[in-house]
Design a protein around this ligand. Structure first.
Ligand SMILES: Cc1cc2nc3c(=O)[nH]c(=O)nc-3n(C[C@H](O)[C@H](O)[C@H](O)COP(=O)(O)OP(=O)(O)OC[C@H]3O[C@@H](n4cnc5c(N)ncnc54)[C@H](O)[C@@H]3O)c2cc1C
Length: 162
C-alpha cells in the first residue's frame, strides 16, 4: 500500500494591528484573491494570534517559576520568529531548573537572566524600529531587493537567521 501524497498550502498575513486598513479576514480574502488559489478539497484550519515582538522581558525568573518562549517575549523583533529562540531558551531553563532544584541555591537562578539575553536582540530591536518607519511599499521592495545582493544575503544570514 503506497502513501498518498498529501498537498497542503499555508496562506497568511502578518502585520501591525494598528496599521491594518480593514478587518483581518477581509484583508486575507483580498490577499487570496490577488493570486489564483484553488478551492480547498480537504479540511481548512484557521489559526492566528498576537506575536510578542517587543523584546525579551528583563525579569523572567523567580524561585516560584520561570518564563520561556512567548511568555518571556523571546521572539525575534525583526522576523517575529519565536520557535528557534523558544527551543534554545528551554534548554537553558531546564538546566537552570535542574541546578536550582538540586542545590537549592537561589543564586543559580541568576544564570537565567532576561537582561543579558535581551542584549542579543538589541540590533534586531533597533532594526524593527527603523523598519516601522517604512510606510512606502516601494521602499520596502527596494530594501528586499538589497537583501538579494551578495552583501545583503550575508547580512540577512547573520541577522535574520541566527
Ligand atoms: C499565526 C502564527 C504564525 C507563526 N509563524 C511562525 C514561524 O513561521 N516561525 C517561527 O519561528 N515562529 C512563528 N510564530 C511564533 C511561534 O509560533 C511562537 O513564538 C512559539 O510557538 C512560542 O512557543 P511557546 O511554547 O512559547 O508558546 P506556545 O506555542 O503558544 O505554547 C503555549 C502553550 O500553552 C498552552 N496554554 C496556555 N495557557 C494554558 C493554561 N492556562 N494551562 C495549560 N496550557 C496552557 C497553549 O494552549 C499552548 O499550547 C508564529 C505565531 C503565530 C501566531
Amino acid at each position: 500500500m503506497g502513501h498518498r501524497r498529501r498537498r497542503h498550502a499555508h496562506v497568511g498575513l502578518a502585520g501591525r494591528a494598528d496599521r491594518f486598513s480593514a478587518p483581518l479576514p477581509q484583508l486575507l480574502q483580498r490577499f487570496r484573491d490577488s493570486f489564483p488559489t484553488p478551492e480547498p478539497a480537504g479540511p481548512v484550519k484557521r489559526r492566528g494570534g498576537p506575536i510578542p515582538v517587543g523584546g525579551l522581558l528583563r525579569r523572567i525568573v523567580s524561585p516560584q517559576g520561570l518564563l520561556v518562549g512567548d511568555a518571556a517575549g523571546a521572539v525575534s523583533p525583526l522576523t517575529a520568529g519565536g520557535l528557534d529562540p523558544c527551543m534554545r531558551m528551554s534548554e537553558l531553563a531546564a538546566s537552570v531548573t535542574f541546578d536550582y532544584l538540586r542545590s537549592g541555591n537561589r543564586y543559580v537562578l541568576e544564570h537565567y537572566d532576561g537582561a543579558a539575553l535581551r542584549r542579543r536582540y538589541r540590533i534586531r530591536s533597533l532594526m524593527r524600529r527603523g523598519l516601522s518607519l517604512v510606510r512606502e511599499p516601494s521602499l520596502a521592495e527596494f530594501a528586499f531587493a538589497g537583501l538579494r545582493t551578495p552583501i545583503g544575503k550575508a547580512v540577512a544570514k547573520r541577522i535574520l537567521f541566527t
